[in-house]
Write a protein that binds this ligand. Sequence first.
Ligand code: PHE
Length: 342
Amino acid sequence: MEKEILKIKEEILFKAKKIKDFELLRDLETKYMGRKGEFTKVLRSLSGLSTEDKKKIGRLANTAKQEIASAFTELKNTLTGNEKESDFVDVTLPGKKEERGHKHPISILMGDLEDIFTSMGFMILDGPELESDFFNFEALNIPKTHPARDMQDTFYIDKPNKNGELDLVMRTHTSPVQIRAMREHGAPLRCIAQGRVFRNEAIDAVHDTTFDQIEGFMIGEDISLCNLVAVLKEMLSRVFKQEIKVRVRPGYFPFVEPGIEVDMSCTICGGSGCPSCKQIGWLEMIGAGMIHPKVLKYGGIDSEKYSGFAFGMGVTRLAMMKYGIDDIRLFNGSDMRFLKQF
Ligand code: PHE
């Protein structure tokens, strides 16, 4: 009996030394000291002994029990100590620095343009980048067989639309939003729409297959080219934060009549001529004009009652001018050395 008690005690103390966490300690405690534990069983069996043996062995058993209990308490303390250590947070250590992104230069400029136009009462609209041939060309007075299609070659999608027809194109300009807006909101109307457009271009410093445009249009009774020029002059002056002069030349776009090209005075030389404006003093910036009656009709607007102007400008080109960037490829190039400058 005495031997048995000592053996179990040694066994427990030996196992306890190896324990590294609370869960194992709890298991060990239940295994030996629990209600049905092995050590408990031995203690219970003492009741069958003679009074003399009970005294002798009882004392031994009690000392063993105390030894085990204090070993367990000690072990618990060490384990708690360890745990406390791992929970400890050193708030004085330097933190991990997260890289923080910021807006792309095109997005910055688009935000500025939105502010400028909303302050003049224009709504901001959106249109799909994957557009139907109808909205991108047909409804803008560019019929299928018309040579004007050559002005804007694009990527035709060889996946049929919902009606099984092959008519999806990557939009070549933001002008299709004109038709969508007219159909949805009717006249009078004042909107801008900005976004990506796509063309089948040979890429070089000034041409890319993907770039950004802003479309603006205003439809009402008695809207004229004067309103158009005033709005564009205001917009350019606010973007460049200086008084900008504009000049108007005739230009051809099938969806406007008359059509014009709007040039702005060169911000670098102020109009006297420099390499940036190829010594002309003017920069070609915007295609515009009075919305063609056929286009108004496609949009469901009475062209006898209403007239309107429309313009389209490359936001990418505007950004190149504003920030003095000479290569369009930088905008979609993901070069951090370029992007970090904004
Ligand atoms: N959509 C034309 C282009 O991309 C620009 C434009 C818009 C011209 C509206 C006139 C009126 O070239």
